[in-house]
Design a protein around this ligand. Sequence first.
Ligand code: GAL
Length: 982
Amino acid sequence: MSSSPQAADPLPYYEQVRPETGCLPPRSWYARTDAVRLALSGGWRFRLAACADAHDAAFAAPDYDSDGWDTVTVPGHWVLQGHGAPAYTNTPYLIPLDPPRVPDENPTGDHLHAFELPADWPAQGESVLRFEGVESCARVWLNGTELGEFKGSRLPHEFAVGALLRPGRNVLAVRVHQWSAGTYLEDQDQWWLPGIFREVALWHRPDGTGADHFVHASYDHLTGEGTLRVESTVPGRVRVPELGVDVATDEPVTLPVAPWSAESPRLYEAELALPGERIALRVGFRTVTVQDGLLKANGRRILFRGVNRHEFHPRTGRAVDAETMRADLLLMKRHNVNAVRTSHYPPHPAFLELCDELGLWVIDECDLETHGFHAVGWRGNPVTEERWTPALLDRAARMVERDKNHPSVIVWSLGNECGTGAGLTAMASWIRERDPSRPLHYEGDPSCADTDMYSRMYAPHAEVEQIGRGEDDGPPRRAQLPFILCEYGHAMGNGPGGLAEYQRLFEKYERCQGGFVWEWIDHGFAHERHGFAYGGDFGETVHDGNFCCDGLVLPDRTPSPGLTDFKKVVEPVRIEGGDAANSARITNRYDFGDLSHLTFSWSYAADGEVLAEGTLDVPPLEPGESAELKLPPAPVGREVGEETHWTLRATLTEDTSWARRGHEVAWGQFTGTARPAARPVSGARPRRSDPAEGHDSNEGQGRQGGQLTLGPAVFDARTGSLRSLGAVPVEGLQLAVWRAPTDNDNGAPWLPDTELAKRWRALGLHRMQHRVDSVTVSDHAVIVDGRSAPAATDLGLATQLRWTADGDWITVAVTVTPQGDWKLPLPRLGLSLALPGGFGAARWFGGGPGEAYPDTRGGVRLGRWDSTVDAMQTPYVRPQENGARPDVRWAELSNGTRTVRIEGEPGFWFTARRWDTAHLDAARHLTDLTPSDRVYVNLDHGQHGIGSASCGPGVLPEHSLVVGPTEFSFTFGVLGARGGRG
Ligand code: GAL
């Protein structure tokens, strides 16, 4: 790995495939030591040039006058600090494909940092200058002497600098090029963000310290013993006080221990005492194997409930601070995430320490992707060309050496989307040789020749099922391997849909060992004009729009409803209604632990109002076991005929490192007494009136300008359209089928049959035309017959709205009869209407508190919820359909004085917002959404599912809103401020 004499390469260093010159061999990162370190983070002098050779190297001279330069923060990206701009692409390279050459236009940042060497900096030993991450190529000088240069953006590089350090002031100069030969290996789907984006520090290396150490800590589940052996290049002692261990380096010791797992991340504080340095270690005993076609940890099959995590912060890009890393992991743990794939490069080294501590299985992925070569039929793909192999091996080694001592890292991944090639095989062989204790992952080679697991991305459910059954006809080696989805559930915008159906397959087929949702966080930059910016918002000529906003959390790390759904879908305890009445079935779905750390409680509610609650004794149950438990006798409701349900919750009994006691891990809900049938509504007679006369009359007055009154409702007598309820004006009540397409409705142009929204628009569903054919006033009803249809086709929906009243309540029974041969599902089917803007307070009995769609509904539960129209919006970075609450029995919108109540039969999808669907559809950014003086309400009988077609399979047939004859009804009334109905 260290520099060696090279044949002269006519290209400048940044275009050479050679990964580095002058660097020390890679070694492990560690946080705690008694050797001193000097952090060099902070304000650095900075100037930007448009090309690589705009300035000569003279700036590196220690007395160089950098007056007039700007200052940037290191770690950081200059494009986020007022110099140039970020750019986003998914697969396209931003430079011509002419490896390893780069264009003359090559933003180059000169960084200068003068620092004081502490007076007590040890004179003996060596000192190394360590860079944790620089994108994409750096050339380094200290006090005017060149140290070397390197590529490999998300990997560490070190230089020995002891001989160059001076007492007092030292000047470090770093020239960073945005484009280099390394760029060809770093085509991950993310923002292009040059800069010194991870820490730079001076590490003292005392005499008598080792070049490196390797902690081997395995666990034998049959004996319950762990074996510890710490390899060190310099002999020393290894001490684990808690275990009474004090052995020489390289000497194995075997003794009873508690194993490390993601569920129970038991770490032992240890010390590696070398003659010159004491290094604190945290040892986790665990053994990972692929055995009997299964990926096992400590002898057991594990199930990945994983997410793909890019490093991202909405202000600082891939310069992610320690608190943010911890916040990510806490949020993950609290949402039942147990695994992270570090897509698509090794994360900040401190992140893995946190994974050790908090408990997550990690697939550590190398900083390697060449996806953009697919655009030229993979011609010139670096992994197929021998000249690149040293660079690939350098990357593999820098990852493995840096991260090898983390118990959380259980799998090495060669990289992402590089096609296939001998370079990958070379990496695999090197890694296997260096660390045979961890299996290998790589998704891009269907032969699985170099990997220990069969990995796919976005495989449809049916394919996963086939693989689970062992019916995929792959090469023989592949058939013997465990199966994972390294990416699934594309969480772009609203969604992903279909997670629950995947989970069922993972639970049904041993071989299907779970997956990693794509992805953790939306990469949207905080932006003054746009709220959050995505591709194209910085004037990029080549970009991939909002495809970077595809996370389970919004850019500011607010959990999106997709994360709430995921939490429920993957929960480690399944709670369902039992076979007998008043009973529950509890299943332990942990991989290792029993349920003794959980407290179970129940509540019993009638019409969503809790009548009684208590705790439940649940036997500890081993993984995989389940028990049917008797619940207490159902408390008597207040009224016969009410709908009742049980809710059971499993919460933490004690504080953990990732959540407080009382944190809810799992829950289940099931029906006690089913919803009673709707009350019959009849009685009131319609009355006609002429508003000019100011009095009601039952005499026909003609329909011109006249009104019809029925119960609390006033209609336009000619059009039959609803004008008011009580004294509340109502506008535009009509059939609604359109929704602002979600990213998953839009689909992916490169995936066949996914662009549903395009077909919806081609059909004209976004501009339906409505017609009233007749308004019939009978003794007890106003009947409005009509037709809604898009232009230029004979497809249509015949509608009948039959209005009847009972006292202060009015009911509309809607019948929809399709005409013609509908080949597409509808986006939604229901009624829309508008109320005055003051009706901004919402209450409902139904699914909540958050949004849900047919295939994303895991996270919502039945109950009574209070919110506001404003708070009911999910601020997806690119505005789109959002905010529906499912299974709503009744909803109320109040202006503080009056309350409009809507009851549905059957339950409905309730959505309310301050803009209409057309406005939502037209918006490109959150800041385009300007509140109107109306509250637009959608009362949907049906919603089409969400699916994952923005990069994967669409909506499953069972969640598709297929057009067919449909009936549903709503009852409206206006109440006082507090709402409610007796
Ligand atoms: C995958 C890729 C990811 C991301 C995702 C779509 O093909 O590995 O990096 O691009 O698709 O968001």
